[in-house]
Ligand binder design. Sequence first.
Ligand code: ADP
Ligand code: MG
Length: 563
Amino acid sequence: MSSDANTPVLRNCIRLPLPEEELLEVTAKAKDYAIMHGAAMRSKTAFSQDSLNFAPFVLVPSSFPRKEFEKAVALQPIINRLMHNVAHDEEFITTTLAETIKVDEFTANLFNIYRKVLAHGFTQKISLGMLRSDLMLESGCPELSPRALRTTAGEDAAADVGKGAGTAAAAAGTGRKEEEKEKEKEEQKEHRENQLSRATKERERRATGIQSAYCCWKQVEINTIASGFGHLGPASKTIQRFVLSELGHADKLHNMPNNNALAGLCDGMVKAWDIYAKPKAVILFIIEDVSYNICDQRFHEFYIRETYPHIKVLRRTLTDVHREGKLGLAKELLLGTQEVAVIYFRAGYEPGHYHSQAEWDARYLMETSLAIKCPSIHYHLAGTKKVQQALAQPAVLERFINDPEEIKAVGKIFTGLYSLDDNEAGNASYEMALRTPERFVLKPQREGGGNNVYGVDIPDALKRMSRVERSAWILMDLIHPPLTKGYMVRPGGDMPPQIVDMVSELGIFGVVIGDAEHIVHNYQAGHMLRTKLSTANEGGVAAGLGALDSPYLIDSDDDDEQN
Ligand code: ADP
Ligand code: MG
């Protein structure tokens, strides 16, 4: 959806296509490898508690510019601090969501819990933030605008050369000595040759699919609840490392960055458990009624037990917590006789997880308890699309970040984000969306994929809403990531798989722990890469359109990759 014939293509990690026999063999092995290393999910079509399918994956890692990857990693602690500060700014959260909660019932219910918790004072002042900042490369960024590309590709070079000729004519007119004229001619020739050689090189790069890797990146969204793929992120690297080695490219493995997401996130939970300081207390995972993405939860549980044998993890639905949960004398959360130190929400981010008032009551019970929540209600609200849109407005970051360099760095990651509130600015965004819908994506206050409206579908969707109903949504510029080409392997898919055009979305994990006054832990905690067909709007892996992937870091200047 966000690509066309002019979309740049990132060069491949290895030369494709693979010979069919080799492809068949390595794909079959990789499927088994994936299942046997927990890169797997429960089947939605043939669900069974007793079996797993491998999760869809990309056979060979997709290229990603090293510089941009490193920038994203370095920025994460700043984003962590930003979100921590936003979550603790009552006035900002309240004014930002004021219009939205008038029309969006789900956000209003969350906000009501927030209001009640504020009224009684936070029992637990410490929050555990386990964030994931999702981003895509933008091939139309200023550093690589179509015009800039054309210039390097030589289409504007003629104009440049012409300019040189003009200067020469002027020089001739002044009647300078023949010698000088000769010298000038030589220089012009050299200049022209340089231009042409650059242009030819660029044309060759394009023809062979070797595209400049210089793209900036833009944030798609920031997740503050149920930021998944802490296990599947590193697991994707494990599969692709195996595949590259099988294909005789072990020499390339050093370009696949380390990924300690699972350890980073679980250690975050354990740091919060330490702060709670009750040796018998447990960590509680709040789960959906049915967990298809089971590996990405169980591996967290297993890691904690294996690394910290004295800590127990329990799994409960919101409905279970309503049935079993109560508060002790010091407002500790008790499930039966077990005290809960830390609550990790892998559910509770969409209306469907709250079947009745019972589940809302359970959420409130947990929010008022002494347990350290990931996320606590204010962190959940800070992760709404509306807050993201508000943060991207001029001068807003200054409220949360002191360092001007950091403000500049964070400001650059936002693409255009527009309010649709019922006021002058909101109405202007509405008109803009009707005029040029193909530039935008329309987003409600929801998580988990499948809720957005894209491009030409936007006008109808907007026209069906009243002016106030629009405030439940935000409008965002579409990001246009470069393409990669590769094999996507899916359960029940073609064998051998076909080469397809794909686009990727990188997620950088961050952990931040603290209260309104102090941050006690703040670190970047690994990454994940999801890749989808370039024709798909969204690429949720659990939802079925995306595939596990991991970055293969490329430098724009190496030309050694095509072997
Ligand atoms: P959710 O909370 O449902 O995950 P997202 O904002 O992440 O919502 O959107 C879902 C998906 O839609 C993203 O993973 C991405 O593939 C696509 N998407 C979202 N925003 C944009 C955008 N501005 N440009 C291009 N694709 C986008
Ligand atoms: Mg998302």
